[in-house]
Ligand binder design. Structure first.
Ligand code: AMP
Length: 194
């Protein structure tokens, strides 16, 4: 059985995390951010160390351990009843992060829509990431060099995921708006989907 899925898609700093956390409070939506799954690993975990190594450079963790960790996480949450695939729609942030991951998850995800958060102003993204670094203690957002690498990685590796799924699923959301207005635009589309 495939998971009914909505993807939150867009550059780092576009506001996916903020909206994902809000959507995760709506009954029958289950929010999962792949970056959070990695950050919850302990530092004495082997993959936790690999994650630190890659994320501190602004690079993606290799696909196989990433998808495996994500699967284990979602299966554990299914066993404990936090996620119920029969009832809930997954709201995914941060995965799939490249076309190969999308291919690996082809038989797992039934993607209903992709919310594509657009923010053409790179300086705005950088400023948001730097603010977040202070609040959330995120090493990967503290350093300008790493931020630039994260944005380049997004352009080069993550953007092709849009082509993988095709334009008919893509719902463009103007991420330069206030969070309330971004949420309004998402809910308008969601109300007709779920
Ligand atoms: P995020 O919180 O989504 O910005 O993710 C932070 C970091 O975690 C990324 O820069 C990557 O190093 C790693 N990461 C998160 N999700 C993935 C993924 N699906 N594939 C590879 N690396 C990931």
């Amino acid at each position: 059985m495939k998971y009914r899925t909505i993807l939150l898609f867009g550059a780092p700093g576009a506001g996916k995390g903020t909206q994902g956390r809000i959507l995760g409070m709506v009954p029958n939506l289950y929010h999962c951010a792949c970056g959070d799954v990695f950050r919850n690993l302990s530092v004495d975990n082997e993959l936790g160390r690999v994650f630190l190594e890659y994320s501190s450079r602004g690079e993606l963790v290799p696909d196989e351990p990433t998808v495996q960790l994500w699967r284990e996480n979602i299966e554990a949450h299914t066993r404990t009843g936090r996620f119920n695939p029969e009832r809930d729609t997954l709201v995914l942030d941060g995965i799939p992060r490249n076309a190969h991951q999308a291919e690996m998850l082809r038989d797992t995800l039934d993607v209903l829509a992709i919310f594509y958060f657009t923010c053409p102003d790179i300086n705005k993204l950088v400023a948001r990431l730097q603010r977040r670094a202070l609040h959330d203690n995120r090493l990967d957002d503290a350093n300008l060099e790493v931020i630039r690498n994260r944005l380049e990685t997004y352009e080069r590796e993550t953007k092709p995921v849009l082509e993988f799924y095709g334009s008919s699923l893509v719902k463009t959301i103007d991420a330069t708006q206030t969070p309330v207005n971004v949420l309004r635009d998402i809910l308008r589309v969601l109300a007709n989907l779920t």
